[in-house]
Design a protein around this ligand. Structure first.
Ligand SMILES: Cc1ncc(COP(=O)(O)O)c(C=O)c1O
Length: 386
């Protein structure tokens, strides 16, 4: 049975900005609302790109963070070498919007999905994918897909990637021998290092893992298999991995938005990791006062905020702590003496973890410097986790 409809359904989604007929003040938005401060977002884009340019390091931003072709295009216009997608459907949403060069950073092993990948590859000349198993690579060859291939290498994370240097060599060699595939290089992503608290500890951990790759890369070179792409890293190690000589580009994601989880890891010289600005927030409204003076309820719960790590962080309200009140609600517990927020008033939150928070929303309300919203950007690849 052909599953092409699934690809078509994603590729037909809207992705262009929607201009509002008249500007709307930020506190008049229908809440819960995901709000993007465009000026801060732009500064984050520029800061990362100019930093990596100065280190002769490429930027291959990960679209898993934003799921938005408009953002991907901004990243490319700003100098990114290409973009990443976590999964096939996320890549399809980007390709449909004209983003042709996309690296899928997670392996695919099943025939049905490989068939869809082969179909997508006919529509995107720059499509690439990682492989980490013979099953996946043989399936890719059988699917007839024509695209670039990187071998996913794991050093210590234990998620995807092969740890066996012989497998790396065999997979690279098989891809290089094939007419349909092009062996392009390797991926090494150490997600467990991104949130190591303290710059020095993070630096030691990340550089040690990268050094674990050297022998494998030497082995490839000895067999005439040139890795023209060596990609990996993320926001937490952007100013560490930039100095690894054999790395070609970094797959930074969260830097465009930042979130509470990332801020807590600490910067090179600062208590909070604030090299990039918070550009993404969630607006809610106080809709009830269950315990006057001690607790108020806002209209955002598990369906609005990611709940995998830290709690959403109320902004501009010292002495209040958020706790989830179920799918639809959040409860702000107020310290004694804290001025109770007004019923009907807006409460703004720093996102706990930006990627899964974005995936809960249909669009970004784009806030201009005057606090007005004039356009809306669709989260086109929302739910595209297959
Ligand atoms: C493979 C891969 N690369 C890059 C990233 C981007 O990471 P960050 O948001 O920490 O920059 C992720 C995030 O989970 C990832 O899974």
């Amino acid at each position: 049975m052909s599953l092409a409809f699934a690809l078509d359904q994603v590729m037909q989604r809207g992705w262009e900005p929607i201009e509002l007929p008249a500007p709307v003040a930020i506190d008049a938005l229908p809440t819960p609302a995901l709000v993007l401060d465009e000026a801060a977002f732009k500064r984050n884009l520029q800061r990362m790109q100019s930093f990596q340019d100065a280190h002769a390091m490429g930027v291959r931003p990960h679209a898993k963070t934003h799921k938005c072709p408009i953002v991907a295009k901004r990243q490319l216009d700003n100098g990114a070498v290409s973009v990443c997608a976590a999964k096939l459907s996320e890549a399809a949403a980007l390709v449909a919007a004209g983003v042709d060069d996309v690296l899928i950073t997670s392996p695919i092993v099943t025939p049905a999905k490989l068939e869809l990948l082969a179909e997508l590859a006919t529509r995107a000349s720059g499509l690439k994918i990682v492989v980490d198993s013979d099953l996946g690579l043989n399936g890719l060859l059988e699917s007839g897909a024509r695209l670039g291939v990187l071998v996913d290498i794991d050093v210590a994370m234990g998620r995807t990637g092969t740890r066996d240097p012989e497998s790396v060599l065999r997979l690279a060699d098989t891809a290089a021998q094939s007419d349909a595939l092009e062996f392009l290089g390797v991926q090494h992503y150490a997600g467990h290092v991104m949130h190591v608290a303290g710059f020095d500890a993070r630096k030691t951990a990340s550089l040690e893992l990268w050094s674990g790759l050297e022998a494998t890369l030497d082995g490839l070179a000895k067999h005439g298999l040139e890795a023209s792409i060596v990609t990996g890293g993320g926001t937490g190690t952007y100013n560490i991995d930039c100095d690894v000589p054999f790395v070609t580009d970094l797959q930074v994601g969260s830097y465009i938005f930042m979130d509470h989880e990332y801020r807590l890891i600490g910067g090179e010289t600062s208590e909070f990791f604030d090299d990039f600005e918070v550009s993404l927030t969630v607006l809610t409204t106080v809709i009830s006062e269950p315990v006057p003076g001690r607790a108020v309820t806002v209209d955002g719960g598990f369906k609005v905020f990611a709940s995998d790590t830290v709690d959403p962080q109320p902004m501009d309200l010292a002495g209040a702590k958020f706790r989830f009140g179920g799918d639809e609600h959040g409860i702000l517990i107020l310290d004694k003496g804290v001025q109770q927020p007004l019923l009907g008033g807006v409460q703004r939150f720093l996102t706990p973890h930006c990627d899964p928070t974005v995936n809960l929303h249909d669009h970004y309300w784009v806030e201009d410097e005057d606090g007005m919203v004039r356009s809306v950007w669709p989260v086109t690849a929302r739910g595209c986790s297959w």
